[in-house]
Design a protein around this ligand. Structure first.
Ligand code: GTQ
Length: 347
């Protein structure tokens, strides 16, 4: 406790130094250096149907080309104005209508796409199309050229997960537009998956070794990950805190898919409930299949297909599956581990 005259003399000193852009640490130390995380982000669920209605209305009013990217940002209610779903990451729902092209650009930010609806549109990465099917994971790693297009007759919608707030935090954003609307298609769709996606790679330095060495792969099809998860669920012992969980990997180094973003899938059998768990990586979940409940720091959130739910850092999570529940999740665990910040607590 400070004496009254000490307090008033200090206040006078603060007022005098403020114009010199100086401030006393001792007034804010406990807020700055906390004993444990206290996220400004809030627990939130977006209903896909509700978001989709607004996105389709935007589709009536602005083209993908006019918008460059026609996306509704999923902004965390605790992070108003920051275009962030958790302090380090961004989430958005992107719509490409039949015949449209979202023009080629590249940027420092890393992006993942998780397909919510539609079948047969593409994300082209450095001139190779990843043909997008429901619940495929597609990456556009930092500084790789990408455009999106929809040659089908149905709308195509996917969830964008980017590290926009992280790049902003480091003041390291660069971006370029390509001179052409679409990057020249130089290889057939699926070429990279064939060369780099089967626990093999073209012999280093050979003519066929054409992808960037640190980030070659960019397509993780549902047709591959779903059977892998299924087969694991049939045979593996279930993890009490996670359910059956598989992480997507970058084959170049066996680490997370991108330097700043980790992504995983999990399966909880009908009737299964996880033990409580908390971790420092704020996580965005997409419900792929099934019904259940997430209890996040005591707050109950119903889970139905295509719902998007955000679990902020260090919020205790319990998942319960009413029917077999399949979730996709992404978080900043990749970045936190590099910085030796990541922690989890399994109860
Ligand atoms: O598709 O390249 O949601 O650059 C935000 C920024 C998507 C994209 C977003 C982007 C993109």
């Amino acid at each position: 406790m400070l004496a009254n005259d000490q307090r008033s003399q200090l206040e006078a000193l603060y007022a005098e130094m403020a114009p010199a852009h100086l401030a006393p640490l001792w007034e804010s130390l406990a807020q700055l250096v906390r004993p444990q995380p206290k996220s400004p982000a809030q627990v939130h669920r977006w209903s896909y149907d509700e978001a989709r209605d607004y996105l389709m209305r935007a589709g009536d009013l602005i083209s993908a080309e006019q918008a460059e990217r026609r996306v509704l940002i999923l902004e965390n209610p605790g992070l108003a104005g920051q275009s962030a779903v958790v302090p380090s990451l961004y989430a958005g729902l992107q719509l490409i209508l039949p015949g449209e092209i979202a023009p080629a650009h590249r940027h420092a930010q890393c992006a993942l796409r998780f397909v919510m609806e539609g079948d047969g549109a593409f994300t082209a990465v450095d001139g190779e199309k990843a043909v997008m099917r429901p619940f495929d994971l597609v990456l556009t790693p930092g500084w790789q050229w990408h455009d999106h297009g929809n040659p089908t007759d149905r709308p195509m919608i996917w969830l964008d997960g980017l590290d926009i707030p992280t790049v902003r935090h480091f003041d390291a954003s660069f971006a370029e537009h390509h001179s052409e609307k679409q990057y020249n298609e130089t290889v057939a769709p699926g070429d990279t998956l064939a060369r780099y996606g089967h626990n093999m790679r073209p012999v280093r330095g050979s003519a066929a070794d054409r992808r960037p060495a640190h980030q070659p792969l960019f397509h993780y099809p549902h047709a591959q990950w779903r059977p892998a998860l299924e087969s694991m669920a049939r045979t593996a012992e279930i993890d009490p805190h996670l359910g059956h969980a598989l992480e997507f990997l970058n084959p170049a180094d066996g680490g997370p898919v991108m330097p700043t973003i980790s992504a995983h899938i999990r399966l909880l059998p009908a009737g299964f409930a996880t033990r409580p768990r908390r971790s420092t990586d704020g996580t965005v979940f997409v419900v792929v299949e099934g019904q259940g409940t997430a209890t996040i720091e005591g707050q109950q959130v119903g889970l139905s297909p295509r719902d998007i739910v955000v679990v902020p850092s260090w919020h205790e999570l319990v998942l319960e599956a009413d029917s077999e529940l399949v979730l996709f999740g992404y978080s900043d665990k990749a970045a936190q581990e590099k910085l030796h910040l990541y922690k989890e607590l399994n109860a």
